[in-house]
Each structure stands twice: as C-alpha cells, then as structure tokens.
Design a protein around this ligand. Structure first.
Ligand code: ATP
Length: 338
C-alpha cells in the first residue's frame, strides 16, 4: 500500500518536564533529602501545519523547545497535551508505523552502529524497516552514488570523519524511502564543502522525490539555502511563521551603503530615510531604508554632492543585514534571546 504524503498537523502542543530537585529546606543530606519537584514548560501551545513536499525550518534560541517538538514529531516523546498528526498517524501512539514513514538525522547522535562497517549498518536498517531486497538494492545504490559513500562502505562508523558520517547518516535515514525527513542540526561541525554537499543533497531529494523536510538548525545559512518557510519558536511558543524574506522585511529591512570618493568624502544633506553610520577620509557609510528612499536616488545625491565639491564618487556597494543579524534582532525584540 503506498505511503500517504507527510502532512504534519500540530495543534496546541504542550510539553511539561518535571524534574527532581533536592528540597532546599531539607535537613537531611543527599540522598536522604526529601525530593522537591520543579516543572519546566518546554512547549506552551505550539500549532502549525506543514504541507507535503515543502522544506520548513524550525528555529529558535537555545532552550526554546525545538528539540522537544522534534522528539514529539518523531514519536520519541509524548506531549503533555495537544494533538499531532503526521500523514494521518499520531507519532507516539502509532510509533511503529510512524517510524517506518520518517527518516531522522540528529547531527549530535548516530543511528548507525559504531563498531559496524557502514554497509553492515545499512543491512540492519533494511531488516528493521523490512525493505524488500530488490527495492533495497536499488535505493542503497542510488544513495551510495549520490552521497559518495562507495569508498567508506567497509569502514566502521567510529573511524569516519564527521562529514563522512553525516553523509552515511543521511543515507541510513532514507533507505526505507520515507516521505518525511526530520533533520536536527544536520550540518553542525561540518566544514564548508561538507555543509554545501548536505544542503545540495537535501534540496535535490526534496525536488526529485517530493520528500517533506523539517529542519532545525542554528546555522542560518542552512535556513537561507533550504527553507521556504521558517517557524520561530521562543519560550515554547510560535513567535513567527512565515517565509524568511517576510521576517527580514518586518525585522531589519535597512541597507548599508558604502561610498568611496577619489578625495575627501563631501558633506551631504541627508535625505529622509538615511542615517549616517561612519565617515572617515574618502569613505562614507550610510544606513538607508529602501521603503523610503530608492538606492538609485541616494547614489545620485551622493554623485552630485561629490561633483559640487570637486571629487568623484569612485565606488559604491550596498549590503543587506546578514541573516544572523536579522534573526538576532528578532530574538532580541521578542525577549527570546538564549
Ligand atoms: N529531558 C528533559 N528534562 C527536563 N527538562 C528538559 C528536558 N529536555 C529539555 N528540557 C528543558 O526544556 C526546555 C526546552 O529544551 P529543548 O531541548 O527542547 O530546547 P531547544 O530549542 O532544542 O534548545 P537548543 O537549541 O539549545 O538545543 C529547556 O528549558 C530545557 O532545559
């Protein structure tokens, strides 16, 4: 029977952890001290819907509740309240069927067997997921080729470099062709070429197989490269749910213009929407709001000021705030910084 596409519906999800602490007032020494309990509300009413075939980033500062949400969606944890459906299944209640339909990669943990060669781990996963031999062979060969694993198949997992291990983990998570791939910090610790390779692979998988991808990461370049939509969590609540560009436009829309002259930077009567950032010798830096003044008008004003003072505007560059700056400002604004 074909596996239905992975539509994810999360409604009013709550998760409270109860942790034991030693009662501060207890006269008895540990371990005889009376226990006290403290509760941590990791999720306080999270709701979202993810359509099949999309790539969504789940981001938020440390301790926001992302891993808790991911663990609930993977069927590892049971929520305290709320409802979740993934392709019609409730992850923690229909756990066995559910894990057969998802692939999960945790950047900090391995799902492969440390002492087994990569190939042996794949074969065990084939048996666990009951992938028919002919389907397994075709799938394995494709993943091995696309992820460049041929040379490491006989190596024990513990000997692999981090980049090699992550590629093997991706293959391991996808051997049973799940319609949903959950990635938790998939590029953590990887060098730049390995990060690019992981991102390109995930994009290609989504494009060619329509795999739904849910990604948590602190690497904002993962988000920029992959996620059409970001769900921002802070203090256990959804703070934003939109395309990244919308978040940028509503958070930090300004631009920075750097102008260089062939002599001293001329004085300039600043138009509306422009703020001085720095001025030194032949270089002038300005901040401007593109909704209030067009870049072309600002450059024209600079060129004519230069002309009036007998210098030439020799170079101009315009930059947008980096994705890290946008996200940090957003967290600050919502009091969600970790
Ligand atoms: N097993 C647990 N027992 C008790 N508290 C927990 C447990 N797991 C997480 N928490 C608490 O729940 C809150 C949310 O943690 P969670 O790991 O979901 O955050 P996160 O967004 O994934 O953070 P990070 O980016 O640092 O990984 C934190 O306050 C954390 O201390």
């Amino acid at each position: 029977m074909p596996i239905p596409p992975a539509r994810i519906v999360v409604e009013d999800l709550h998760k409270t952890y109860r942790i034991a602490t030693r009662a501060a007032t207890s006269p008895r020494p540990w371990p005889f001290a009376r226990r006290a309990w403290r509760t941590i509300e990791a999720l306080r009413g999270v709701s979202f819907v993810i359509e099949p075939g999309t790539i969504t980033g789940l981001i938020g500062p440390n301790g926001a509740g992302k891993s808790t949400a991911i663990k609930i969606l993977s069927g590892i944890l049971r929520p305290s309240a709320g409802h979740v459906s993934v392709g019609g299944l409730v992850p923690w209640a229909d756990r066995i069927r559910h894990v057969g339909r998802i692939g999960v990669v945790f950047g900090q943990r391995s799902q492969l067997w440390w002492d087994l060669p990569v190939e042996g781990g794949f074969a065990l996963l084939r048996d666990i997921y009951r992938v028919p031999p002919d389907r397994y062979r075709a799938r394995r060969d494709r993943l091995v080729d696309t992820l460049g694993l041929r040379d490491i198949l006989d190596q024990p997992v513990r000997q692999l470099s981090l980049g090699q291990r992550m590629r093997a983990e991706l293959a391991a998570a996808l051997l049973h062709a799940p319609p949903l791939l959950i990635l938790d910090e998939p590029t953590i610790g990887l060098d730049a070429p390995s990060k690019l390779a992981v991102r390109a692979f995930v994009q290609e998988l989504n494009r060619t197989e329509g795999t739904t991808v849910l990604l948590t990461t602190h690497d904002m370049h993962d988000i920029e490269a992959l996620a059409g939509r970001v769900i921002v969590i802070g203090h256990g609540r959804v703070l934003a749910d939109s395309p990244f560009e919308t978040l940028r436009a509503t958070t930090l829309s300004g631009r920075r213009l750097t102008a260089e002259f062939d002599g001293p930077a001329p004085p300039l009567l600043l138009p509306d929407g422009v703020t001085p950032l720095s001025q030194g010798g032949q270089v002038l830096e300005l901040g401007f709001d593109p909704a209030r003044i067009a870049a072309a008008d600002l450059i024209r004003a600079l060129a004519s000021a230069a002309d009036m003072h007998g210098v030439v505007l020799s170079d101009v560059s315009i930059t947008r705030p980096s994705i890290e700056e946008v996200i940090s400002r957003f967290y600050e604004r919502h009091g969600a910084a970790g």
